[in-house]
Design a protein around this ligand. Structure first.
Ligand code: IPM
Ligand code: MN
Length: 370
């Protein structure tokens, strides 16, 4: 068998980004050794410090550079020394858009031993995936302002979607629902009638069809049209506000949720808090036809920078998602299992400074228990 070999661009970024990326790489390297593949990392130090020192957010050819890699592994972008929006738009959002990473995949999974703020809910209740559209919506930056700073100031920021953007996102979500579950392994939230009707999985569209009638009217039509090609996937619709409610009250009602960019941003922070917090929540910015970028979904946590107390599990799980995406499914599963072992048996808490281990101590534990 030919040697499997991967080249990764590492973007540690700001704040605690470099600390958690180092642990992610440590665990990935241990997995590479154990599962017999090669993986190498080239580091690019783009972020707040680079911007302050040089005035450059990203080099003009950043996208061309990243396209030469099999994937991108990102730490965190955002610095208290730079006005909000500059680094986020100039680096993170620019890369998502320029690399056309149209899916932001955010699994929501409560690991064993992890304290859950939802009373009476355990790991069997919280295990779903949010497919957040990642290129449209208010994130396109279309709009403008006039008479800024006067009492007559006007500001407009448009929610923008094309049918093509909606369709490609829905297609990914339907295929994912089908991949997660099958006749042999149906989603456990299905009733006997659902199963008799031939369903094996559920896809929930989260929108706001009662107010945002143009945009979510289009999403809803597209959802039902495409749904005809997936008779095994049960279609479900929830408004964004109700989705928030059910995520707290009945998270076991969800299998795969698909939603627009802004709603997806908001509900995945809520979802993270129901499943152990930012220390353990990972995501992938995917371009199934191009280069994808994996990241812990929390921020740069400036106040913990350099202290060695931040939880690297989110970055480690982002690394596992990356390996899964590259086809190293066994290694990915082993990392996830090792994280689960550590949350259940080793870590006192997932919060920074309360884990009972340092940042690198957690990385060592996960690597040793692969
Ligand atoms: C996220 C973040 C970003 C977003 C910010 C930093 C631009 O909150 O990845 O969820 O809004 O997408
Ligand atoms: Mn966010």
């Amino acid at each position: 068998m030919a040697q499997r070999s991967y080249r990764i661009a590492a973007l540690p970024g700001d704040g605690t980004g470099p600390e958690v990326v180092a642990e992610g790489i440590k665990v990935i390297n241990a997995a590479a050794k154990k599962f017999g593949f090669e993986i190498s990392f080239d580091t690019y130090n783009w972020g707040g410090d680079h911007y302050l020192a040089t005035g450059e957010l990203l080099p003009d050819d950043a996208e061309e550079t990243l396209k030469k890699y099999d994937a991108v592994f990102l730490g965190a972008i955002g610095s208290p020394k730079v006005k909000p929006g500059i680094l986020e738009k100039g680096i993170l959002l620019r890369l998502r858009f320029a690399l056309d990473q149209y899916i932001n995949l955010r699994p929501v999974k409560l690991f064993p031993g992890v304290e859950c703020p939802l009373v009476g809910k355990g790991p069997e209740d919280i295990d779903y995936v949010v497919v957040r559209e990642n290129t449209g919506d208010v994130y396109t930056g279309m709009g403008g302002a006039s008479q800024v700073g006067t009492p007559d100031e006007v500001a407009v920021q448009e929610m923008v979607y094309t049918r093509k953007q909606v369709d490609r996102c829905l297609k990914y979500a339907f295929e994912l629902a089908r991949k997660r579950h099958s006749k042999e392994n149906p989603w456990k939230g299905l009733s006997a009638e659902d199963k008799a009707a031939g369903y094996t999985a559920q896809l929930t569209l989260c929108g706001k069809t009662n107010v945002l009638t143009y945009v979510f009217g289009m999403w809803e039509r597209a959802f039902h049209e495409m749904g005809k090609q997936y008779p095994d996937v049960k279609l479900n619709y929830c408004h964004i506000d109700a989705t928030c409610m059910w995520m707290v009250k009945n998270p076991e009602w969800f299998d795969v949720i698909v939603t627009a960019n802004m709603f997806g941003d908001i509900i995945t922070d809520l979802a993270a808090m129901t499943s152990g917090g930012m220390g353990i929540s990972a995501g992938g910015n995917l371009n199934p036809e191009g280069v994808s970028m994996f990241e812990p979904i929390g921020g740069s946590a400036p106040k913990y920078t350099g202290l060695g107390v931040i939880n690297p599990c989110a970055a480690i799980l982002a690394g596992a998602m990356m390996l899964d995406y590259l086809g190293e499914t066994e290694a990915a599963k082993a990392i996830e299992n090792s994280v689960a072992f550590c949350t259940e048996k080793k870590l006192k808490s997932l919060s920074a400074g309360k884990m009972g281990y340092s940042t690198s101590g957690v990385g060592d534990l996960v690597a040793e228990n692969l």
